[in-house]
Design a protein around this ligand. Structure first.
Ligand SMILES: [Zn+2]
Length: 407
């Protein structure tokens, strides 16, 4: 396989998590009577452009036939993040009723509704029918297609170029990142700005966040590599911000290469951080696997010992991260009998692969676990606050990443 960005042959494995089912393929009781499909979950690094990427495998299209739709508006912290983003962009870019904002992967309109409320014309691009319909119900026009250069050319020909293109949490999930980036170039007005948010590879490596790896997450990005991808498409990064979302993300600001905007000091600062952390050094990548193994071994040892000691264990948060960790570690209901989750769409279902039942959070009070394992470590503080009542019976919280910790 060749690098999805620079076509250099890929010869180095960054992380091999064996085989896993699609992370969002939550199972019903009936599904448990059927065979379940597993796909290789292996991540390679390109030692030329340092793009960290999933390895291609046969029948990959079968991964994405799931009808599970995630509605962004279900998360109050994400809604808040979107509202702040809209306010910041309106002020920073001086957007008004003559501007045009386009969001790629606009989901259920969680973000664009803020621009609609400010009277700024906008357009969403979203291939998932159910979420697109929700956005349209709020008065947001939606093009129901996948984004790439071809769609961008169609839209540009219809006079639909943008003063602001937003891509929050889509860039890392795009299979053909070059085509997507060329599309951004085509869709952007000469003076326009585009912003992309993605989890920062610096933290994946620095904080052992190997459980953020899953099939639909094609690219694991640094500012260095994104700058290279932009350059090839005729774009450049002029500003960058660090965000706390997803365990540490970047928001990059891009413009056309020939735009006269100055580059801010933040760009050189993040590039230097990446260089100092060894993100352009092969050793950094090829020595990551043992750190993932250590976390897996420590968690397994803890769960087995707790079981032998007669302790009760439950987990909180049926998210993709949890699936990656549980499947890699081979954890099944004998070690972890239940996972609580607040999303009604997941309750009553089973985790893919591990087949651990997902139950409403109130079951924690009835079950009275001695240990509550928090799978989405990025919202650990929130989870501990909401479930502080486990202290009533001496319960403790457990986290596996970045290292096993009991609190
Ligand atoms: Zn490459």
């Amino acid at each position: 396989m060749n690098c999805r960005h620079c076509q250099n042959p890929l010869t180095y494995t960054f992380l091999d998590l064996g085989f896993a089912p699609p992370s969002n393929a939550y199972l019903t009781g009936d599904d448990l009577k059927r065979p379940e499909k597993y796909f290789p979950l292996k991540i390679q690094v390109c030692h030329h452009c340092w793009l960290v990427q999933t390895e291609d495998y046969a029948a990959a299209d079968e991964l994405f036939t799931e009808d599970y739709a995630y509605f962004s508006s279900a998360s109050s912290s994400w809604l808040n993040h979107a509202r702040c983003y809209a306010e910041e962009m309106i002020a920073r870019l001086d957007l008004n009723t003559n501007s045009h904002v386009i969001e790629i992967a606009s989901n259920d309109g969680y973000l664009l509704k803020n621009f609609v409320a400010a009277g700024i014309p906008c357009l969403g691009i979203e291939p998932t029918a159910s979420t697109a319909a929700a956005a349209e119900n709020m008065g947001i026009p939606v093009v129901r297609e996948f984004f790439g250069e071809a769609l961008a050319r169609q839209l540009a020909a219809q006079g639909q170029q943008a003063d602001l293109i937003a891509g929050n949490n889509v860039y890392a999930h795009v299979p053909d990142i070059n085509d997507f980036t060329r599309g951004l170039k085509v869709l952007l007005k000469p003076e326009g700005t585009l912003t992309l948010e993605f989890p920062h590879l610096l933290h994946l490596i620095g904080k052992n966040q190997f459980d953020t790896v899953y099939h639909e997450h094609f690219s694991y990005l640094s500012l260095y590599t994104v700058s290279r991808i932009f350059q090839m498409a005729g774009l450049r990064v002029y500003h960058v911000e660090e965000l706390s979302t997803h365990g540490g993300s970047l928001r990059v600001y891009g413009c056309h290469q020939d735009n006269i905007r100055p580059v801010t000091a933040a760009v050189a600062d993040i590039l230097a951080q990446e260089q100092n952390a060894g993100l352009q050094t092969l050793d950094t990548y090829i020595h990551f696997q043992p750190r993932a193994e250590r976390i897996k071994d420590d968690l397994l040892q803890f769960l087995i010992q707790a079981k032998r000691d007669g302790k009760k264990i439950a987990a909180y948060g049926a998210a993709a991260k949890g699936n990656t960790l549980l499947n890699y570690a081979g954890i099944k209901p004998d070690l972890l009998p239940l996972i609580a989750d607040a999303a009604p769409s997941k309750q009553g279902k089973y985790m893919p692969g591990s087949h651990i039942p997902i139950l409403p959070p109130q079951r924690i009070r009835e079950f009275k676990p001695d240990y509550l394992l928090i799978l989405p470590w990025n919202i650990a503080d929130e989870v501990m606050q909401q479930n502080s009542f486990i202290r009533e019976w001496g319960g403790q919280f457990v986290m596996a990443v970045p290292e096993l910790c009991i609190r």
